[in-house]
Structures are given as C-alpha cells and as structure tokens.
Design a protein around this ligand. Sequence first.
Ligand code: BDP
Length: 697
Amino acid sequence: DEYDDCWLRYDRVGDDAPRESYRRRCLHAYVSTGAPELAAVRDELRRGIGGILGREPHLWQHPPRSVDGFLAVGTPEEMEVVADSVDTDAVAELADGGFHLRATEWEGSPVLVVTAPTDRGLVYGTFALLRRLALGRPIDDLDRFEEPATPDRVIDHWDNPFRRSVERGYAGPSLIDVGELPALRDRYEEYARLLSSVGINGVVLNNVNTEIPSRPSANAAMDAFAGWQLLATDRLDDLAPLASVFRRYGVRLYLSVNFGAPETLGGLDTADPTDPAVEEWWAEKADEVYERIPDFGGFLVKADSEGQPGPYDYGADHVDGANVLARALAPHSGRVWWRAFVYGSHADRAVQQYETFAPLDGAFHDAVTLQVKNGPIDFQPREPVSPVFGQLPETDLGLELQITGEYTGQHVHACYHVPMWKEVLEFDTDPEGVGGGEGDGDGTRVKDLLRGPGSGIAGVGAPGEDPSWTGHYLAQANLYGFGRLAWDPDLSTEAITDEWTGQTFGTGPTVAEPVTDVLHESWPAVIDYTTGGLGLLHMMYNGEARLENHYDPAPEEWPGYTGASADGIGVDRNARGNGYAQQYPEAIAARYDDPETCPEELLLFFHHLAWDRELADGRTVVQTLYDNCFRGVARAERLRERWRDLDGRIDDRRFRHVAERLEEQVLQARRWRDSLVDFFYDHSGIPDEDCRVPRTE
Ligand code: BDP
C-alpha cells in the first residue's frame, strides 16, 4: 500500500536466522479469541510470520494436537496450555502492559507461549516476539518477562484541525483528519500498529495551542472548527470510532483542551477554576467524554503560556487550574497532563519554570501529571536537564521530549535523537544522595523518577500524512526510539539502533553498519554546526509569523541567548549572573557554577567567558567554536559519504530519498558554519589559527 511499513516490514529472514525453530513453533498458532485486541494479534501474526517465513501461520481455535510445535497466545485464565506452561503468579504480578514469552513443551510438543495478565499485554508480547523473529534472534530458550517502566507513554500530536496542519510537523498535513470523523481511514489502524509495536499507549489528538479563532485562517469554511472545539458534544460523538481503532492496539485517546473552554464552549461568563459553576462544567464534560470513550486517557493543558489562557487570567494559580480538571477526570481514572512550559516574566526563561513549580510541590491532585520538557529552554539540540527533575518529590512528573525535529533540522537534516534522550534519562538528579539513596545515581536518575504510578513520558509529534510518516525516512528512528525508551529507558542507544536498523533495512552488516554510522554521527554533527558545541543555543532564525522558522541560522537575532559581546560569549546562568545554576541541588550547582568543572558541552550555557580564555586542551573559546563548526560540516559530509555505501544494497526509493536529503544537509551545514563563524569573528575580532576565518569571499 501507499504507506511505508517502517520497522514493521517483516522481510523474509536470511539463512543465518534459526528459521527451523521459527517454523516449528510459529507456523501453527493457537490464539484466544476473547477481546478485540486478539483480532489485532491474529492480524499481526499473519502479516509478521507470513512475511518473515514466507508462509502465513495456520490459526487454531483449540490446542493443535496433531502438529509438531505451535505458538500459544492468550491469558492463563483463558488458555489451559498457557496456564500449564508458565508461572501464573509471576504473570499476574506484571504491570499493565507487561507480558511473558516462554519456549517450553506441552504434551511432548514444542510450544512458544505469549502471555500476559491483560489483553493489551498480549498485543505487546506479540509485537515483541515478531521483533525477535525479524531480527533473526533465537527463540528456543526464551523465558522473558517484560513490563513497561512507566505507566503512560504518550505521543502528543500538535495537529490543528482548524487548518489540518501540524505545528512543527515536517511530514505533510495531519495524519488523522479529525474534521472528517467519524469517517475512518485505513492508515489509522496502520498508525496504531506502529505505536503499539513500540509500546506507546496514548495519543493526544490535537495541538496544545488550541487555536483560538482570533487567528483566522485563509479558508473561512475551516474556521468553523478549531482544536478547542473538540470538546463539543457532537465532536466527542465523532471521536468514539477512532478510539475503538486505537483500543484494539492498547492505545488510549487524549485531548488537548483550552483552559477557557467553560466560557468559549460552555457559555459561562468565567473559567475561573475556583468558581463552583466552572467545577461543575468540567465534571459534566468529563462525564460526557467517558460515556463515549470509556478508556479515555485524559486532558493535556498548556495554560498561561504563549497566549493560551490559564488560571492566572482569573487570579488563580496552577494548582487551582490543574486540580479542577483532575477532580473532573479522577472518578473515571483519567489524568490531567499539565504542562510546565510557562515563561515570560523573566529576562531569561530558563529560570522561571523551577521558580513557578517548585513551591507547588505536593499541592497537585493525585490525577495530575506535571509535564516538563527535558531542558529549561525549548528542545534545543543540547540543554542541561531541567532542575524540576528530582526536586519536586511530591509531584508526579511526565518527561516531555520532542520527537519532531523542530530545532534539529526539521527532517531535512538527519538527526537521531535517541542519544540525546539517553543523556537526559541517565542524568543523575541527586549525585550526593542528599534526598536518600547511595548518592551513586541509585534511584535518582531522571529515568527512575518516571517509574511510579501517575508518571509518564510524552513525545511531541512527528508523524503526518506523508507516505514516509515522518518526512525523512531516518526520522522514523526517532519515533521508534522514543517508544522503546519510554518502555525501557535502560536500553542503550546501540541496542535501539540495532533493532531499528535491522527491522527497517535488514540485519546484514553491509547494510546495518552504514545506517548505524549515519544515525550515530548525526546528532553530534547537528550540535557542532548549529551551536559550536560549547552550550550555545537558539541561534535559529525566528521569523515574523507566529509559526517561526527555527531552521535557518540567525545568530544575531537573539543576543540574550548567546550573550555575545566584544569581550566574550555565553550567558552567566551562575552565581555571578542570574543564579539559574543555583536552582540545582548543591553538588550539581557547584559543578555547573565553576567553569573549570562545568562540562565543556554546556560551558557557554552557564558562563560568559572571554573569547581568548583557554579551555582544558589549551585551545581558546573562540578557536574551539571555530573548530567545532568546521568539524560539524566534516561530520555532515561523512554522513553523506557513508550513506553512499548503501547504493544498490537497499531499495532505490529509500536510498535516493535519504541521499538527496543528506546532500541538502551538507549545504545547510556549510551555511550554518559560515554564519556562525562570521558571527564569532565579528564579535571577537580574533582570526582562526588555521586561517579559515575571516572568510575571504
Ligand atoms: C516551542 C514551539 C511552539 C510550541 C511550544 C510549546 O516553537 O510551536 O507551541 O514550544 O511547547 O518549541 O508549547
């Protein structure tokens, strides 16, 4: 069909895979028939096994006794074969979504069991098994329990039904045409499969900017339907069939809601969260939602931020605001994801978030998840981890990552985000163990803070209507990696790359190695040529329209971000400056506060330093910036060269698509480099030791 299969290609496995055991244990499948999820399991087995072994499995309604080996998929309660073959207590203890894969024997015949305490666990278990087969891994000794590390693993679409556009989307119009619901498209199910296959269990349908019609579009007919109107009763009716498609794959629907909805939709004269009429309006709205979508996930809210209304408009605070929604959703087990992306009252936005939310720790309702971007600024190629992590012990946190490449080349450039996310997840928020623990990262890394009930991981955007789903084929790896890390943050970057590459392009080294090299070198390249690699950020052009560009270089545009002057560069977010570093626990604050101990990759984020100050290796600040910008281009060129090794080894369509983008990436990298080195030279007046700057043309 028209849409790319991404990592669910299920190509025939080669001779090096244990095909004989696959055939034996998988060509006959006894699958329970109970829940709707099981239809998804059967379909997937047909596609998966059919592709991998070249023959669809025979599906049984009872244990097949006449054959030499089979696959059994079901809960222990439903299937005796399963109950006989596994430790049922251990299965029952698995967290929601968890599953167990086990190769064993039953009545003398080899059997492979996929079981779980819930039906959605069976779906995840099936995908996990098919992944193993697609990667050619052994199955005869399988005895594996898996469960998700965090309960909610959600993708936040920034789709505008109003325009059918995707904010920060680089893959065409909205994948889901909510204006057309209840009509469904085949691709919704394909999409649900992709999400479920990596363990994503929630989709927020619409943009956090809920499109207030005071910004009319060119098309007057479309102005009738904006994101905030999704909560209207007839719109909710339309959502139910879509929710059913996702439900079969264990994925729940969520909506972004406008905090002013009681006024704009409900006709009340206020949306003041402390007003009883407002409280009642939200409660009734939640009832309406759950009558139609019983497993609805909850509301996502951007309040008091970038023009969105919020509790501040009514003299209330974020606790009042989040809690009124939470009280409405809690009876239905829904949650409010309340975004911490609030800024505007400080010259440096980095300092505001912690100041705003730390004093509210412990005051949020149990059904609130505070959704915090990984860094204090805004999805830059590299930022320190937000000081909110680890310092709000009484608040359920959701980590917000950006899957889409808003600031990393917008899917024209290849940029693999997985190593960046790993860096965030592994960050130790309490290296001294002040908050308890050993002080060796035990239980205090960002990933550990996301394990409890009520916490989660949200990833912003990426997919659109483009047949590639993500615009750039390599950006599929970010969607894949997001899901895998949300499920298991202990996975290494390398393990995720191997899985994705193997399933997407094949496991043989002549293919896997070049793809891996390209992915692994892409983020370092982007950091180098768009920032100079010492912690500078946001040197992208902003533009005049509300949807800023964030793609082209414009280092002069935001002097506040670079701190460039004749005497030096960087921003004093330290004790001598605005005190941002001091928001961290003491050990971290001390490390960042001293330029000698501050990690070099964040140096200019925390310090304004003289251009000619020497760094650890003896080079000056300005020389290092020059060198890194040139290194970035060299890296981009290497991506391009390495990709060429795949010519004739993968299909031409994907080969050329990526090859063309890498050509463009090299051109853009040079443009970025030139713009940045000119900027550094203009301010410093110090030429490059290698005579590359000032540039002669
Ligand atoms: C920024 C985007 C903007 C979003 C905002 C947000 O530039 O389009 O609306 O974040 O997260 O990264 O709300």
